[in-house]
Design a binder for this molecule. Structure first.
Ligand code: GLU
Length: 542
């Protein structure tokens, strides 16, 4: 039995999509369940698609999720460049393994499985447009290679001269004609593909002396003794070529087993979950926030306030079905329960509401103290001064209503700052009034300049009437004469309209029509603050 060794092999072409994090997670769970190794390898042989910062982003994302590699990345989060006991296959960045690949490509030429090709970009373009004019698609393979400029069609003297004189040649795989490749996938079962429509993929390029993905991937999986390749469905079409490459190298005995994971699908309609879906429906598709070279920032789960455990949990269930009702899994439980056999073939639909639900569940699991500490950070950022014990009380009161720590601020801002604007006057006077959009709320409501123009017409008509009515006095009276928890009975005793007095109080205390329980607010902020808020509202609106 070989030791389980799996790898996550991202290309640093941009931020890691949440589907990529899921691939890494499934690899990690699979390895840890078997006491095996989880390896990171950076597949950066396509220099045109290299994006600075992407490698660091990928490593930091995995770290945030608690997906810790055994090999490839050291304790400082750096890709290992020099072999050592723990990282014997270094370097783990393919661009730094350049010297390894050429001999393997040449080996395939020597065994008749590959050949040198000298077709220029223009030649290829011409072949493509000729085929197109004839209503066909050009495929470089058994049907066309005889008419192209390659070593199969030239004598050895010409070949030698061309290899020396030119620096733009490539080595192509010689895809056999009409062979059925029989493959097994751990998720999809048995698959057979006929090679006749497959093309002679480029394996190595003289121009930059670099392999293409296919060659580098097979050679490295072999050298790194990978036992299972667990990757996204988009690589399934490459599987016949990969099988044939293992065969051509004579490595069938140690060929890894393959598992192609289903796609993550958009919440509505069909198709792959994209950044555009996230932008449209307001959810992140990246683990961490990312700013591209154009300065455009994409939101991240971390910055949106997700707990990494919640993110990992929700990702695990996008494609894997534990076969029970259980939905909440810690990383240790996932390691124990995960199995590739229970990963579906069909795409997994992403549900942003369910994602929030997961976070809410994890928020509940947090200690009040740790939530209070996180809330303190938010308060500090808003320059709201508050002592820890008070914040702890606020957390206890609001925790059950929140999905994110930042929700606590949204729910409980009035427990920290007296309202200076009143967003829904209709509660007091029954007037039709537009609510102020939340987005326009300033960081600190005290900074908001009161918009008199918007409120004047209303003030003149309704609030004035209201303040001259008995309810304002009743609310004031109620606060002055009652303990918070007996305020309702006090109002009832006086024979006053409970709803109206409470609405008046609510508006004065919170600035809005809905929110926390009045008696809870009163208990927390205290009698004097309640009276001050009533007085302020009267002065401002009355
Ligand atoms: N570099 C490939 C990617 O970015 C890896 C595919 C594989 O795992 O074989 O997806």
């Amino acid at each position: 039995m070989r030791k389980t060794r799996v790898r996550f092999a991202p290309s640093p072409t941009g931020p890691l999509h949440m589907g990529g994090v899921r691939t890494a997670l499934y690899n990690y769970l699979y390895a840890k369940q078997r006491g095996g190794d989880f390896i990171i390898r950076i597949e950066d042989t396509d220099s045109h698609r290299f994006v600075p910062g992407a490698e660091e982003y990928i490593i930091e994302s995995l770290k945030w999720c608690g997906i810790i590699p055994d090999e490839g990345v050291d304790g400082n989060g750096k890709v290992v460049e020099q072999p050592n006991e723990k990282h014997p296959h270094a370097p783990y960045r393919q661009s730094q393994r350049r010297s390894i690949y050429r001999q393997y490509a040449e080996q395939l030429v020597a065994s008749g499985n590959a050949y040198y090709a000298f077709d220029s970009e223009e030649d290829l373009e011409l072949a493509r447009s000729k085929a197109e004019n004839a209503g066909q698609t050009f495929i470089y393979n058994h049907s066309t290679r005889g008419g192209m400029c390659n070593s199969l069609n030239m004598d050895s003297g010409t070949l030698q001269r061309m290899l020396e004189a030119r620096t733009d040649w490539t080595i192509r795989f010689k895809m056999p004609e009409n062979v059925t490749v029989a493959m097994d996938d751990l998720i999809r079962g048995h698959i057979e593909v006929n090679t006749s429509t497959l093309d002679d993929k480029v394996l190595w390029k003289r121009a930059d002396e670099l392999p293409t993905y296919h060659l580098a991937n097979i050679v490295d999986d072999h050298l790194m003794e990978i036992t299972e390749v667990i990757r996204g469905e988009e690589w399934l079409p490459s599987l016949p070529l990969h099988y044939l490459l293992y065969k051509a190298f004579g490595w069938e005995d140690t060929m890894p087993r393959f598992a192609h994971l289903p796609l993550l699908l958009k919440p509505v309609g069909n198709g792959k979950l994209s950044k555009r879906d996230g932008d449209k429906l307001g959810f992140p598709v990246f683990p961490l926030q990312w700013t591209n070279a154009q300065g455009e920032t994409s939101r991240g789960y971390r910055e949106d306030g997700y707990f990494p455990e919640a993110f990992v949990n929700l990702l695990a269930l996008l494609g894997w079905n534990p076969g029970t009702e259980q939905e909440i899994f810690s990383m240790d439980e996932l390691i124990k329960e995960f199995s590739l056999e229970k990963v579906g073939k069909a795409g997994a639909k992403f549900n942003p509401e369910k994602a929030k639900w997961f976070n809410k569940e994890y928020l509940r699991k947090q200690s009040d103290e740790s939530l209070a500490t996180s809330l303190m950070d938010i308060l500090n950022a808003k320059r709201v001064k508050c002592d820890y014990d008070y914040v702890l009380k606020v957390v206890k009161l609001t925790k059950e209503r929140a999905s994110f720590v930042k929700d606590i601020w949204d729910i409980a801002a009035c427990l920290f700052i007296a309202p200076r604007e009143y967003s829904d006057y209709s509660v007091v006077a029954g007037a039709a009034f537009t609510k102020s959009a939340d987005a326009s709320r300033p960081v600190d409501p005290r900074a908001k300049v009161y918009d008199d123009n918007a409120t004047k017409p209303f003030l003149a008509k309704d609030v004035d009437k209201f303040y001259k009515s008995e309810f304002y006095d009743a609310a004031l009276d109620a606060v002055q004469n009652s303990e918070a928890d007996t305020i309702e009975s006090y109002i009832r005793e006086k024979g006053l309209n409970l709803g109206k007095v409470m609405n008046c109080l609510r508006l004065a205390l919170t600035g809005a029509a809905s929110g926390l329980g009045i008696s809870d607010i009163m208990t927390l902020i205290g009698k004097q603050e309640c009276l001050d808020r009533l007085a302020f509202m009267k002065q401002r609106l009355g």
